[in-house]
Structure formats: structure tokens, C-alpha cells
Design a protein around this ligand. Structure first.
Ligand code: ADP
Ligand code: MG
Ligand code: MG
Length: 205
């Protein structure tokens, strides 16, 4: 991979860390409504640890994705730590040997990461989880577009996917303990996924 790709990814991850920090309380408030109220704090802790690692980043994108995954697994805690960790680890596996992160590569990477999350969480579309933002985002990356356009579409799809979790009844994670009472609130993991995708699109813009 080109040094350009690593620089782009570092730029994204730093922006993501800042955006998560800024929205920490909003994310935790979403989680307070249908979970245990820690999602913003969990994500802020994880991305602070990621930003720390970016001071001395690896030379290729695959290794960087892997480092991010390991760091999130080691620092986020909660259900979302291993799931976001898997997302980045599996994106890293898919990135191995990919010469340049064009739109087709992003489609392949995010699809692999999302499949990993679904397998790890034993969850599917409609379960009211981060997958309801991530699955449409990955799907939106298909097509032969510029990276900028493809990532803008993905961010838009993730935002709509997160919004669509509001009426859903949770079938996975803590929110599922609430049953029907989980309806009427956005899933916090879907909200944080949409935020990550929106920062990715912003980085490419
Ligand atoms: P915890 O629930 O352990 O406190 P977080 O609050 O950090 O962890 O993360 C909760 C989020 O994790 C949920 O909003 C949901 O998006 C996601 N999540 C939980 N369980 C699963 C699962 N089995 N599959 C996919 N995502 C899940
Ligand atoms: Mg929580
Ligand atoms: Mg928790």
C-alpha cells in the first residue's frame, strides 16, 4: 500500500477520535436509554488509545487496521470492544496485498469487516445493532466510483441505517433485555458506526 493510504487512514482515525470525544455524552445518553450508559465513554477510551498509537503508525494499511483492532479490543471493553475490534482486524486481513485503497478496495474491506462483526456478534440486519449502520454502508460502496463519492454514499447510508434503528426492537446485546421497550431509541452502536463513517467521508472530501 502507498504511504498515501496510511496517511489518509491516520487522518481519518484522528478525526474519528476527536468526533467521538465531542459526542461522548450523546453516545452514552443513547446507551443510558436502552443499555448501561457507557457506550460514549467506552468508545472515547478506545479511540484515545488508537490516537496514541498513531504517533508511530505502521508502514502499511493492513498493519494499521490490525493495530487499531487490537487496540480497540484491549481498551474499549463492553460488547462493542470485541465487535469493533473484529471489524478492524478483518478489514486488515482483507487489506493484505491490496495495492491501493480505491473504491473497490473499500467495498471489499468493509464487507469483510462487517461479515466478521455479524459472525462474532451472531447478529443480522434488523437486530438493532451497529450492523444496521454498517451493512448498508458496505453495500453503498459497491460500484466504480471515486473514493470520495463512494465514501460519501456509505456515510449517508450509515446515517439512514442508524436512524432506522429507532423503531426497531433489539434482539442482541443489553438492549434486548428490554424487549419491546427498546423501541423508540436509536441504537448507540449504530450511532457510533454512522459517526465513524461520516468522519471517513469527511476525510476523503
Ligand atoms: P455494553 O453493552 O457491553 O455496555 P457498549 O455499550 O459499548 O457495550 O456497546 C453497545 C452496542 O454494541 C450496542 O448498541 C450494539 O450496537 C452493539 N452490540 C451489542 N451486542 C451486539 C451483537 N451481538 N452484535 C452486534 N452488535 C452488538
Ligand atoms: Mg453499554
Ligand atoms: Mg457496559
Amino acid at each position: 500500500q502507498q504511504a498515501d493510504d496510511v496517511a489518509f487512514l491516520c487522518d481519518w482515525l484522528r478525526r474519528a477520535a476527536q468526533a467521538i470525544e465531542e459526542r461522548r455524552d450523546v453516545l452514552s445518553a443513547l446507551d443510558a436509554a436502552i443499555g448501561d450508559g457507557d457506550h460514549g465513554a467506552n468508545m472515547a477510551r478506545g479511540f484515545r488509545a488508537v490516537a496514541e498509537k498513531l504517533r508511530d503508525p505502521p508502514a502499511d494499511a493492513a498493519s494499521l487496521f490490525r493495530l487499531v483492532g487490537m487496540t480497540l479490543i484491549g481498551s474499549v471493553g463492553g460488547a462493542s470492544g470485541p465487535l469493533y475490534g473484529t471489524l478492524f482486524l478483518d478489514m486488515g486481513k482483507a487489506a493484505r496485498g491490496v495495492p491501493v485503497l480505491d473504491a473497490a478496495a473499500w467495498h471489499a474491506l468493509l464487507s469483510a469487516g462487517v461479515a466478521g462483526v455479524a459472525a462474532r456478534g451472531k447478529a443480522a440486519a434488523g437486530d438493532k445493532t451497529m450492523l444496521d449502520a454498517l451493512i448498508p454502508a458496505a453495500a453503498a460502496l459497491s460500484g466504480t466510483d471515486s473514493v470520495r463519492k463512494a465514501l460519501a454514499r456509505a456515510a449517508d447510508a450509515a446515517r439512514k441505517g442508524a436512524d432506522a434503528t429507532i423503531p426497531m426492537v433489539a434482539r442482541k446485546g443489553r438492549a434486548s433485555y428490554l424487549g419491546e421497550r427498546s423501541a423508540g431509541h436509536m441504537d448507540p452502536g449504530a450511532a457510533s458506526s454512522a459517526l465513524l463513517l461520516s468522519m471517513l467521508a469527511e476525510t476523503a472530501a
